[in-house]
Design a protein around this ligand. Structure first.
Ligand code: TXA
Ligand code: MG
Length: 331
């Protein structure tokens, strides 16, 4: 069931959130909006509930989940929070920064995929925060898409992928970032960026006074995010990246009417469908929904512009690389 909820949190909205919180407490699944993408949530301390997430998504069970909390104190219940974690939370929470920290034993293996660490974040979205607060439990939630598909940035995309598999979809409109949170491992001496995302590497570098090492760029293998091994975020038609101008030759095999283009710079050859964005933030926000849109419109091939690496461009490059089937880390 899909229900509209607004961030204004009217009495009616609160009633719906109380019902959704009850579902979570009773071991059910609730889809909720965050500032990044929609999440498929379950009580993080209930292993049976968490198992339902993996079933609904068709997700490999060795890919751990992010635990969502409504306040920094919530993180202490699932993780041993180091001093550095407290400082990071003060600076970046609520917001799209997930912290990987040593896990407490209350966190079931289903959440951590057997790792000794747990990933925790506090989303900057009032509906999400109120839901977690009302449920009174930490909420484990991956993106609410079928495994491998583009992450959902609106409730319609969730319905497409998960439909009847969840009890309630809280429809809070389109998400504001469009790419997932940044995942940062703070268990070692130096922070390691496991997944670039909504919190920029530049802002983390400013905080630390050094640029965190990026997984795959010389970071030890055991400190990589398990999820980065999989092909992800992919539309169901071939995707080529405009890393250089050889891309036009690669798509010449398709008729112009079958070709779709997404990006900031206009394409150099004719395309049946062209979606251009004024800046990299808007490109990132719209990427996943435009993938789905283009598939539905019958595109047979998609070309995506290659953005500058600065700010959210780093995360956008990562998602594009994965969506095109290319490997990001050397494994
Ligand atoms: O923005 C987001 O982070 C969204 C919203 C719903 O919060 N969630 C999300 O979850 O993107 P998911 O499951 O699609 O991605 C979680 C990422 C995966 O790459 C996973 O491997 C990594 O976080 N992760 C989770 N727990 C970890 C851990 N203990 N150590 C290392 N990586 C972990
Ligand atoms: Mg995901």
């Amino acid at each position: 069931m899909r229900v509209m909820v607004s961030e204004a949190l009217s009495d009616h909205d609160m009633e719906i959130l109380r019902e959704a919180a009850r579902i979570l407490k009773n071991g059910g699944l609730v889809v909720f909006p965050t500032e990044t993408v929609y999440g498929l949530g379950a009580n993080a301390l209930d292993e049976r509930a968490v198992r339902k997430i993996f079933e609904a998504k068709g997700r490999p069970s060795d890919n751990p989940l992010i635990v969502h909390v409504a306040e920094p104190a919530g993180a202490e219940k699932v993780a041993f929070v180091p001093e550095l974690g407290i400082e990071l939370m003060k600076r970046f929470w609520p917001g799209p920064l997930t912290l990987v920290m040593p896990a407490r034993s209350v966190v079931p293996e289903e959440v951590t995929a057997g790792l000794k660490t747990v990933a925790v974040r506090m989303p900057a979205q009032r509906i999400a925060l109120e839901l977690i607060r009302l449920a009174g439990v930490p909420v484990a939630a991956p993106s609410a898409n079928l495994s491998g598909r583009p992450s959902p940035t609106d409730a319609a995309a969730v319905e497409e992928d998960l439909g009847e598999k969840v009890e309630i979809i809280l429809d809070g409109g389109s998400t504001s970032f469009g790419v997932e949170s940044t995942v940062l491992d703070i268990t070692g001496e130096r922070a390691i960026l496991l997944r670039p995302g909504g919190t920029s590497l530049e802002s983390l570098a400013e905080f630390f006074g050094y640029t965190p090492l990026q997984a795959g760029a010389g970071a030890p293998v055991c400190r990589r995010s398990p999820g980065t091994r999989y092909r992800h975020y992919a539309p169901n038609v071939p995707l080529f990246l405009r890393e250089d101008e050889s891309v036009w030759g690669k798509v010449a095999a398709w008729e112009p009417g079958e070709r779709a283009y997404i990006g900031i710079r206009p394409p150099a050859v004719p395309f049946g469908c062209v979606r251009l964005f004024p800046d990299v933030q808007t490109y990132a926000r719209c990427l996943f929904s435009v993938f789905r849109e283009m598939e539905k419109a019958g595109a047979k091939v998609i070309v995506a512009d290659w953005p500058e690496e600065a700010q959210v461009g780093l995360a956008l490059r990562d998602r594009l690389r994965r969506a095109s089937g290319g490997s990001v880390s050397p494994e």
